[in-house]
Design a protein around this ligand. Structure first.
Ligand SMILES: [Zn+2]
Length: 383
């Protein structure tokens, strides 16, 4: 039997637009497919890719959701005496994030971002577990569960490491020749695109770097395997900033009390709100209708994006900004970024990409379909 290895390389934010603009590795990957992103951010795209299921199934959409009874942040009430100069510093927040993570035994990606400390006790945080390991999205099976079930020797990157470390670990695994399946995680492209946008001069340099890394991975694989197939995939593209909109200030003009009348999370491209009485529901919803460069998602859109949670877990009302218009200040950051994702999945800047060395029987149309391609290759290993 010939010795095979399938490598799925994830490059965060390698959108369809960039792939086309720079004709990224067209010779190596002649089969190229745009894939619709999952509505939301990486914290929903990754679970979608790892399980093939939408947010309503794996229950991950954004980091924060209203749940004061189970909030792990109650002790922040006792830190009120601290001046805001300490509270709001990035260093202090990062330190607190690390402390909470350790205290609570969280293994997932955990960061407080810019959520005001007095609001934290109203919310719970979704990514408590490492999503990439077996049982990481339990009860929904992820690719690690699928690999274990089939007893396929595999290597899945440690997302906590740098992309260079992950690429090196991957090459070492290939040199040993003991694995038949790999999921390589790289995330630096996302950070770069947020800072320099899709038109940044740094982008073609970064693409050249990936090209070189992929060539080295393929060389390492060819030495130890009869057959190696590498696939490149991403979760979304990047949209350049047009303007910032202070949605929070507008909502707060209504003078309803946060925590008593309503709760809200301001992500970078959407505001998510919960209401505790009809006065607040009516008036705040009316106010949201007037916010420029945005619209409130109707039920059909929630169904289309698979975010129609029956319990409104991630918000009863979701205000989505138009592409390019960021909410700032938001609970994710006080300033807008040069580039952002998380706008309408139909927008041209939002599309993700899937690149293949071979023609695919069922090309992915949505990022969740990558899971089906990965499982089909696991099945192919058995033949
Ligand atoms: Zn990002």
């Amino acid at each position: 039997m010939s010795k095979k290895v399938y490598i799925f390389m994830f490059i965060d934010a390698l959108g369809w637009e960039i792939v086309n603009k720079y004709q990224f590795m067209e010779k190596t990957f002649p089969y190229r497919y745009p894939a619709k992103m999952q509505f939301g951010y990486s914290c929903t795209a990754i679970p979608t890719i790892l399980t093939g299921q939408p947010p309503t199934k794996h229950q991950h959409l954004s980091f924060y959701y209203y749940d004061p009874n189970n909030s792990p942040f109650h002790f922040f009430k006792y830190l009120k005496f601290l001046p805001s100069s300490i509270f709001d510093s990035w260093r202090f927040r990062h330190l607190m994030s690390r402390l909470i993570k350790k205290m609570k035994g969280y293994t997932g990606y955990f960061e407080l971002y810019a959520m005001p400390f007095e609001r934290l006790p109203y919310f719970d945080y979704i990514e408590k577990k490492d999503l990439f390991i077996p049982g990481g999205l339990s009860p929904v099976p992820n690719i690690a569960d699928e690999l274990e079930k089939r007893e396929i020797p595999y290597h899945i990157s440690n997302w906590r490491l740098s992309e260079q470390q992950n690429i090196d670990a991957m090459k070492t695994a290939l040199e040993k020749g003991e694995i038949n399946f790999s999921f390589l995680y790289t995330a630096a492209m996302d950070g770069l695109l947020h800072q320099v946008t899709k038109d940044g001069k740094e982008i073609p340099e970064k693409l050249d770097w990936y090209e070189k890394q992929i060539a080295e991975i393929l060389t390492a694989a060819e030495k130890n395997y009869d057959e190696c197939k590498l696939f490149v995939m991403s979760d979304h593209g990047m949209t350049t900033l047009t303007e910032a909109v202070d949605v929070k200030k507008e909502v707060e003009k209504t003078n309803f009390q946060f925590g008593k009348d309503y709760a809200a999370v301001y992500d970078s491209t959407m505001a998510r709100l919960w209401f505790f009485n009809d006065f607040a529901r009516k008036e705040i919803n009316q106010k949201l209708q007037q916010i420029p460069h945005s619209h409130v998602l109707d039920h059909e859109e929630k169904v289309k994006y698979n975010i129609d949670f029956p319990d409104n877990k991630f918000g009863e009302t979701i205000l989505l900004m138009d592409p390019g218009y960021q909410i700032a200040p938001s609970d994710m950051g006080l300033e807008p970024l040069p580039g952002m994702h998380g706008f309408a999945p139909e927008h041209e800047d939002s599309f993700a990409s899937f690149l293949s060395m071979e023609d695919l029987e069922t090309p992915p149309k949505w990022v969740g379909n990558y899971f089906d391609v990965m499982v089909s290759k696991m099945e192919a290993l058995k033949n």
